[in-house]
Structures are given as C-alpha cells and as structure tokens.
Design a protein around this ligand. Sequence first.
Ligand SMILES: [Zn+2]
Length: 185
Amino acid sequence: MLVDMTQVPDAGWSFATAREPARFGAGGLEGAPGVEHAMADAGTLCGIPEQQITRYRHLFHAEGRQACARCRRQADAAPAQPSPQERLHDRVRAAAQGRARDDVLAALRKGAKIALWINGPSATLAQHYARLDELTEGAGPAADALEAAAASGLACVEDGSWRFIVVLPENGDRPLVARGPRRRG
Ligand SMILES: [Zn+2]
C-alpha cells in the first residue's frame, strides 16, 4: 500500500541526486568457501561462469571481508542507477507532443511521486488501474492505446492537483500521456 504524502517541493531533488549505487547479488564459487563474488546477469563481475557459481540470497557487500577484490572494484565502478522518475522521463520523451506530456515531464524532473508503475495485459490495466473515466485530457487516445496493444506498461504520476497516466505500449507504439484531477482523501 502506498502512502499518500503531502508533496513538498524539494529544491534539492534532481535526477543526479536521486541516483542510487548499483546493487548486485552475491554468489560463491563451488568448493571455494570464504570468498563472495558480485553476480552479474550471467556469472560474476570478475568473470567466473554461471555454472561454477552458487547464487546466495543476499546482496554483495563490497566492504565485506569476504568480498572478491576484482568484484569489489567492478562493483564500485558500476554506474549509479537512475531513479524511477528518471527512467519514466526517458520513456515519456518519446510520447506525442502535448501539454500533458510537457507537464508530466516537468513533474518528473522535480521528483513527482510515481504512485504506480506496472506491466500487464492492456485490458486488465484499462479495467482495473487506468481509471479512464476519471481522465479529463487524453482519455480517448489512452483508451485507444490500451485497446491497440495486447500488453502495456502503465504508470501513474501524482503532481499537485493532477493525476497523470502514462501508457507504454509493448507493441512499439509511442507512449501516451493523459490526465485528470487527482482524487482527494
Ligand atoms: Zn569475483
């Protein structure tokens, strides 16, 4: 359950300050206990193949005494992860021009709350999450976009008195932004 907090403009918020250090799972080489490696998508950061590694259920601690030195250096050098706001902003930039698009981009740049961001069958998103009947701008195109794509991403951004929805069709169509007044209470 997401808590609706009063939105206080945070002058210090930016995409740069909101980035977080990259995090990696931990793993160990079979038959070589006592050294923990950082896990990439396949194998370790230091290059040990996946088949030789057991993945652990905790994160790699670069400062830990058991940390592999090569993995530690690579983990420290890994680029920071963009915030959800920055990732959504990058997607919305491809959306069709319009006031709602410009306003949601501006809202994301100052750290507006993303109340929801899910992927799934478009029909389910339209029926249970998009709240299309509450939209006052772009409702028709949003419904059409959800109709046209079998699966989509759907993000809801809350900013001041507005609730934006961003439809991210998985069929390659452009993202679409619509909005309506934000529900109070
Ligand atoms: Zn390693």
